[in-house]
Design a protein around this ligand. Structure first.
Ligand SMILES: Cc1cc2nc3c(=O)[nH]c(=O)nc-3n(C[C@H](O)[C@H](O)[C@H](O)COP(=O)(O)O)c2cc1C
Length: 351
């Protein structure tokens, strides 16, 4: 029951707490405008292939909820919006349904409303292969996100920050299931070192989940009526994670998430090299403060915004966008240069 109540508190506090001053790093990334682009809006193709399916746009509604009866209508609306707009979706952690089968429906509804779309299961990175199979089968998922949330667990009364043996467990998971496993941070970011550890353990898709957006130290502190300001700026900005990961040159697909807030942030992440751009809180907020239709309209606006940035940079397709020159400035550039990333190579790219 405690886990179920927590789901509602996460929804409540995530909506109340604003993004921190510590930004996602995307404001340091500029796409270079091209006056001679010559591309008509009707020529722009946002579609991509992911996990063997086609998406209308490389956007994902990231893991948010499920597990309490009150979350069923939220997952229904998210799934309907994903279907109508052709984007991917992940459900929230399914541990609650593994513990109590009565709440399975709060997750299954997402597959019922979107039978053909890309839908991802979600559990902790400490899950067993058996649990992962149960979660995937529950919603006929296209793969599973396994989340890393050590800071969150540290600030939860009921938290279990026992991530000992995490890499052998991830390896065991990857080796024993026959569906894609996506390692996902929940907003504290993955460094190049983390990405290399995960890759060596067999993970081929990573959601870098950097800082700058939803902050689970703030949310857990608010649930306990505490303030932990000192810790609330912890984490690696999302743009930094992405460039650190890409610099390694590994055969890994990256998903950008954590503090993406605009069509421009989506364009910036895709231009950097992310396969998908994902957001959680903005979608939840539009839905809860508006209606299921407002969520559909909002996603369509993001798609239209992305298409406009593609026209203005001369990119017909998402592949073209990854060749548009990118100028990295400010504290993001400063960090990346000190970490050995060749930021000038992005500025010199030729479209
Ligand atoms: C209310 C809420 C609940 C969440 N629950 C989960 C979860 O169960 N599993 C997970 O991997 N991430 C969860 N997340 C994290 C998001 O998937 C995402 O990584 C994070 O919110 C950063 O993205 P954002 O800044 O766009 O919100 C949750 C986020 C919110 C707002």
């Amino acid at each position: 029951m405690k886990r179920q109540e927590r789901k509602l508190e996460h929804l409540k506090f995530s909506l109340e707490i604003e993004d921190r001053i510590r930004h996602s790093g995307f404001s340091d990334i500029s796409l270079v405008h091209r006056s001679t682009s010559g591309i008509k809006p009707s020529q722009v193709d946002l579609s991509v292939q992911f996990l063997g399916k086609r998406l209308e746009a490389p956007i994902m509604i990231n893991a948010i909820t499920g597990g309490h009866p009150n979350t069923l209508e939220i997952n229904r609306a998210l799934a309907v919006a994903a279907r109508k707009t052709g984007v991917a979706m992940a459900v929230g952690s399914q541990k609650a349904a593994l513990e109590d089968s009565r709440v399975r429906e709060t997750y299954i509804v997402a597959r019922e409303e979107n039978p053909e779309g890309i839908l991802l299961a979600n559990l902790s990175a400490t899950c067993t292969p058996v649990e992962a199979v149960q979660a995937v089968e529950m919603i006929n998922a296209d793969g599973i996100q396994v989340h890393f949330n050590v800071p969150q667990e540290l600030f939860m009364d009921e938290g279990d920050p026992d991530f000992g043996m995490i890499l052998p467990r991830i390896r065991e998971l990857v080796e024993n299931v026959n569906f894609p496993v996506i390692a996902k941070e929940v907003g504290f970011g993955m460094s190049g070192e983390t990405i290399l550890d995960l890759y060596r353990s067999g993970v081929k898709i990573m959601d870098v989940g950097g800082s700058g957006g939803t902050n689970f130290i703030s949310i857990e502190s608010a649930r306990r009526g505490q303030s932990n300001e000192e810790f609330e700026d912890w984490g690696i900005p999302t743009a930094v994670c992405l460039f650190e990961g890409l610099e390694l040159g590994l055969p890994v697909d990256f998903i950008a998430s954590g503090g993406l807030r605009t069509a421009l942030d989506i364009a910036r992440s895709l231009a950097a090299g992310a396969r998908l751009a994902a957001m959680a809180r903005p979608f939840l907020k539009v839905l809860v403060q508006g209606s299921p239709q407002s969520l559909v309209d909002y996603i369509e606006q993001l798609k239209q915004g992305l298409a406009r940035y593609m026209v203005m940079t001369g990119a017909r397709c998402i592949g073209d966008l990854t060749r548009v020159p990118l100028v990295i400035t400010g504290s993001t550039a400063e960090w990346l240069i000190r970490r050995g990333v060749d930021v000038n190579a992005y500025a010199r790219r030729q479209k």
